[in-house]
Ligand binder design. Structure first.
Ligand SMILES: NCc1[nH]cc(CCC(=O)O)c1CC(=O)O
Length: 306
């Protein structure tokens, strides 16, 4: 395949960085020059609407819809996404062909050295139901305000005093060269969003050539972990309103999946974990059902599966 390979992406600085990572990985894997790949920026509804919480205005499809359309129309050969922003159930003609090696999965707190160090009643800017609920489970005195916009916008809002602190994914900060910003929160304190830190490349399912080209850069370990985390979400019937943390890790050939569901205000929480062989597809839905069974009504009512 000697022709130009077009890589679709959103236009935010983080999205462009991630698309560049995919281009560099493809060019290295196939010994092709970087200019045999073209990065094509596609504007999404999510990029235009910056002032309301994602959950309020239509959910994750705001980011994917226009990229899906461009992919299916043949305007691009693949699309690069932060996997945590991609809906659990994808249109059948679209397939994930690769996930890059996962970055730091943790959240970082910007504005204080730790959650305990936040002053009483501190105002935290976030639009993530998970981060809001996890914070309030630990510190019910905190108030949460809606924060959107790209990483730099959010950092600028904290610097300007619009909030005392915010939380951002370490992966995004690191990729933007802001590894020095904020303090990492241990996953034992804040379980990350399912797929946090993972970049995925989607292709048209029927495009065998694109699939073969892109699959060369797939990280099998990352793929196994995010597949389990996304299978948990699918079984839960979770959407972007649900406060769900999930993290799969692999050690000695065994996969451990940890997950937690929280009430919106953090007043209730149910957590658990499951272990099994890598590729055992029953672990994740099994854990999802167990958590829903154990969950109080305040949590269970937030999930479509019930
Ligand atoms: N929802 C926005 C989003 N999507 C992916 C990342 C960071 C990169 C990643 O998690 O892979 C971010 C920013 C953030 O949550 O701080």
């Amino acid at each position: 395949m000697a022709s130009l390979f077009r890589i679709g992406t959103r236009g935010s600085p983080l999205a462009l960085t991630q698309a560049g990572m995919v281009r560099d990985a493809l060019s290295a894997a196939h010994g092709r020059s970087a200019d045999s790949f073209e990065i094509v920026v596609i504007r999404t509804t999510g990029d235009r609407v910056q002032d309301r919480a994602l959950a309020e205005i239509g959910g994750k499809a705001l980011w994917t819809k226009e990229l899906d359309r461009a992919l299916l129309a043949g305007e691009v050969d693949c699309c690069v996404h932060s996997l945590k922003d991609v809906e659990t159930i994808r249109p059948t003609p679209i397939a994930i062909a690769a996930t890059l090696p996962r970055a730091d999965v943790r959240d970082r707190l910007i504005g204080a050295a730790s959650i305990e160090a936040l002053k009483h009643g501190a105002v935290i800017g976030t639009s993530s139901p998970r981060r809001a609920a996890q914070l309030r489970a630990i510190r019910p005195d905190l108030s949460i305000i809606v924060f959107r916009g790209n990483v730099d916008t959010r950092l600028a809002k904290v610097a300007a005093g619009e909030a005392d602190a915010t939380l951002l994914a370490a992966a995004g900060l690191d990729r933007l060269g802001r590894g020095d910003v904020g303090h990492a929160i241990p996953v034992e304190t804040m379980l990350p969003a399912p797929s946090q830190g993972a970049v995925a490349v989607e292709v048209r399912a029927e495009d065998a050539a694109a699939r073969a080209l892109v699959s060369a850069i797939d990280c099998a370990t990352t793929c196994a972990c995010v597949t389990a985390e996304r299978a948990l979400l699918a079984e839960l019937g979770a959407d972007c309103h649900s406060a769900v943390g999930a993290l799969a890790t692999i050690a000695d050939g065994e996969l451990t999946l940890r997950a937690e569901l929280l009430a919106e205000d953090g007043s209730d929480k149910v957590a658990g974990e499951a272990r099994g062989a890598v590729g055992d597809i029953e672990i994740a839905p099994g854990l999802a059902r167990e958590l829903l069974e154990r969950a109080p009504a305040s949590i269970r009512r937030l999930f479509a599966a019930e």
